[in-house]
Ligand binder design. Structure first.
Ligand SMILES: NC(=O)c1ccc[n+]([C@@H]2O[C@H](COP(=O)([O-])OP(=O)(O)OC[C@H]3O[C@@H](n4cnc5c(N)ncnc54)[C@H](O)[C@@H]3O)[C@@H](O)[C@H]2O)c1
Ligand SMILES: OCCc1c[nH]c2ccccc12
Length: 301
């Protein structure tokens, strides 16, 4: 069972420290198999489910929530607006309808880069819609995803700001840490929690090159201090994201992997030295699997 610590957001909402995502592992679109997979994720212990309008599978997520046997109030359900950002109230209504829910726990703007387009609201207008949704009680908490500092500033500098974003869901792993430092400091200063997606990217999406030695050292360190016979590489990366204070969002289509992910929370901790060595071993430039606009420091949305 998982011991990823729950994280309390600035509005008091409590989020399970690890979430199961429906956006990767070929999950796009509704299928009966996906309903079963999400039920399996809940059966093995996941209580936090990360969906999105863009994943085209909110209906399957809703069916799994209804059929999983765990009461709604024990689940933490996130969804995100996008591509429907032109009309956030409508996008939200459609999401609730598909999910078959009267509220979600966390509602996010999936990306900021649509906002300068004709017919779209500004970031500030979009945020007013998000605030109204929170005030209606149909989203317990509201936040953003893939927002740079300059995008967040547009919200935090609003003269009529009522609710600030509680979360920025971003790609977060050692191959991002150096490039992301300014953003992380900004988020910390404003008590906006990081939800870390792609946490296993150094293992699953890019060649390890110079990173492997530090990684194996950290893995052996965790194993030698704990009771676990074996520490899986992915588990080290999930621990790392959690120890850096993030809500971890991962996924898998395999039950044994889901269990392994949750069990990472019960392993012994990475030492400060191991964590620093992992960051130092990674290249300074970002190796990003998603959302390349995050590295563009010129374009205004
Ligand atoms: N907001 C966004 O823009 C955004 C972007 C990407 C992902 N997400 C969310 O985050 C969730 C998780 O993202 P992710 O998939 O990048 O997380 P992740 O880095 O944990 O990768 C999980 C994938 O890697 C595979 N995997 C995990 N450990 C492995 C191992 N040891 N060996 C081989 N394969 C392994 C899994 O089976 C799965 O396919 C998504 O499903 C989605 O909900 C959000
Ligand atoms: O959440 C970001 C990753 C992702 C998975 N499926 C998508 C479809 C549209 C936009 C982004 C995504």
């Amino acid at each position: 069972m998982s011991t990823f610590e729950p994280i309390t957001l600035s509005d008091g909402t409590v989020v399970p420290g690890i979430g199961y995502g429906l956006g990767t592992a070929n999950f796009n679109n509704d299928t009966a198999e996906l309903v079963e997979l999400v039920k399996t994720a809940v059966k093995v212990g996941y209580r936090h489910l990360d969906g999105a309008e863009a994943y085209n599978n909110e209906t399957s997520l809703g069916k799994a929530i209804a059929a999983c046997g765990v009461p709604r109030e024990e689940l933490f359900v996130t969804t995100k607006s996008g591509p429907g950002l032109k009309d956030i109230p409508k996008s939200f209504e459609q999401s609730l309808e598909k999910l078959g829910l009267d509220h979600v726990d966390l509602y996010l703007i999936h990306w900021p880069y649509d906002f300068p387009k004709p017919g779209y609201p500004t970031i500030q207008e979009a945020w007013k819609h998000m605030e109204a949704i929170k005030d209606s009680g149909r989203a317990k908490s509201i936040g953003v995803s893939n927002f740079r500092v300059r995008d967040l500033e547009k919200i935090l500098n609003m003269s009529d700001l009522k609710h600030k974003p509680t979360v920025n869901q971003i790609e977060f792993h050692p191959f991002m840490y150096k490039a992301g430092e300014e953003l992380y400091q900004y988020l910390k200063k404003h008590d906006i929690k990081i939800a870390a997606y792609g946490p296993t990217t150094p293992l699953t999406r890019f060649a390890n090159d110079g990173f492997s030695a530090a990684f194996e050292k950290a893995r052996k360190g965790v194993a030698s201090r704990g009771k676990a016979d074996k520490v899986e590489p992915g588990q080290v990366l999930l621990r790392l994201a959690a120890q850096r204070g993030a809500i971890v969002v991962t996924t898998s289509g395999k039950e044994y992997r889901m269990k392994e992910q949750l069990a990472a929370g019960a392993l012994s901790e990475l030492s400060r030295e191991e964590m620093e060595e992992l960051v130092e071993a990674a290249k300074p430039e970002p190796q990003r699997a998603f959302m390349k606009h995050m590295d563009d420091d010129k374009t205004e949305y």
